[in-house]
Design a binder for this molecule. Structure first.
Ligand SMILES: *[C@@H]1O[C@H](CO)[C@@H](O)[C@H](O)[C@H]1NC(C)=O
Ligand SMILES: *[C@@H]1O[C@H](CO)[C@@H](O)[C@H](O)[C@H]1NC(C)=O
Ligand SMILES: *[C@@H]1O[C@H](CO)[C@@H](O)[C@H](O)[C@H]1NC(C)=O
Length: 366
């Protein structure tokens, strides 16, 4: 540095100050540094573009906020989920992003990862809202000319769980029927007919507990080889009919107890069963934060005691990295019920793990 400084001094003296000093700091040297707690908030300080407004925006993996919560059946508020997940993701940066479990830094592995902003969605009319979401996913996943290899993928930040439906609709057009791995305390394959009401419309069938039933009816997902992980919901009636309906829609259920009773071997067995059944079919991961225990995710709409630990969820997500992952979402973060950002921090970590597994998935599934 000293020598450079000296040369700089000589150069500037001989050229009579026509050139700047060689060691003069650039604006970026001076002001380009950003601490995790500063800056305008995008997911993990990623570059931010309103991708829906910019047809030239190019990403391998886009993070898209879906601030919609008027299909919830209990506590609402997940429309603020994307904001709070982004806020809690601030300690993630590309510089310090190495995932030691996966041996990879997802932010520095040659993939373009972009925060695509939020889909504007009306809270006044769900038929319009579903239309907006469906068009937006189509726009981002299908209608774009694209530079780079492979198909673009999205990780959606919910929003209530119904946002999975429009995402799956787009993926169907690209890949045909896909498998879904669904982390949740609840089935979400409930037929609205099971909850009859005098007051009904076609639109009232679209809820955060029926979207997987709709996905099955619309033939978006595989007829078998879909998996629930973390189930512990109460079910309706006096028998296991809800489970029978669920099975007939192609689902295998792992309960919250299945996750701990056989310890690590149990988890490994679940992972290997999933690989065995799904193979290299295109797969979507949908994670409702209520799959975790309310101790870790109190900030959500429909909490159920007795859930998974974050480390178990992370272990499972890590284990699924060899699947052909084509999309994912993290839903039901409702920050006004949260304490100390614990829910949104766990959600941001889950996004990071899905992102990591998606990048690795690309290495395995060329
Ligand atoms: C963000 O965008 C800038 C300007 O286009 C680019 O130079 C930079 O490499 C991008 N950063 C990341 C992490 O993609
Ligand atoms: C991505 O990570 C893999 C595994 O660590 C490594 O082999 C590869 O070189 C990385 N690619 C880039 C472009 O950094
Ligand atoms: C629901 O949609 C079907 C088919 O489009 C239509 O025939 C029916 O009248 C609708 N029902 C209500 C309650 O709107």
């Amino acid at each position: 540095m000293k020598i450079l400084g000296l040369i700089g001094l000589l150069v500037s003296t001989t050229l009579a100050n026509q050139l700047p000093l060689v060691n003069e700091p650039t604006l970026d040297d001076l002001w380009g540094e950003e601490w995790p707690f500063q800056g305008i908030t995008s997911f993990a300080h990623l570059n931010y573009t309103k991708c829906l407004l910019d047809r030239d925006s190019n990403f391998d993996i886009g993070i898209i906020g879906v601030p919609f919560d008027t299909a919830t059946t209990y506590r609402s508020g997940a429309r603020f989920g994307p904001k709070s997940i982004r806020s809690s993701s601030q300690r993630q940066t590309s510089l310090r992003g190495f995932n030691t479990r996966a041996n990879i830094n997802p932010y520095q592995n040659g993939s373009i990862i972009l925060d695509c902003g939020d889909i504007p969605i009306t809270p006044m009319d769900n038929s319009i809202a579903l239309k907006q979401m469906t068009l937006a996913f189509e726009e981002l996943l299908i209608n774009r000319k694209r530079e780079g290899e492979g198909k673009p993928k999205l990780i959606a930040l919910g929003g209530d769980h119904s946002i999975t439906l429009p995402h799956l609709r787009s993926l169907k057009q690209i890949y045909g029927k896909i498998s879904v791995i669904h982390f949740d305390a609840h089935l979400d394959t409930w037929s609205p007919k099971g909850y009859p009401s005098y007051w009904n419309s076609n639109q009232s069938e679209f809820t955060h507990g029926s979207m997987l039933w709709m996905a099955h009816n619309e033939e978006l997902i595989n007829d078998e080889n879909n998996f629930h992980i973390g189930i512990r919901t109460r079910i309706s009636g006096n028998d296991l009919k809800d489970f029978d309906d669920d099975t007939s829609q192609g689902w295998t259920r792992y309960s919250a107890d299945d996750i701990w009773i056989n310890g690590r071997e149990g988890l490994d067995e679940i992972i290997s069963n999933i690989y065995h059944k799904i193979g290299d079919s295109p797969t979507f991961i949908s994670l409702d934060v209520d799959c975790m225990d309310p101790a870790f995710t109190p900030g959500t709409g429909t909490i159920e005691p007795g859930g998974m630990l974050p480390r178990e969820v992370i272990y499972l997500l890590r284990g699924l990295e060899r699947l052909h992952l084509v999309g994912g979402d993290v839903v039901e973060v409702s920050p006004s019920f949260d304490n100390a950002e614990v829910t949104s921090t766990n959600a941001a970590q889950v996004v990071y793990e899905i992102l990591t597994s998606m990048i690795k998935s690309k290495l395995y599934n060329k």
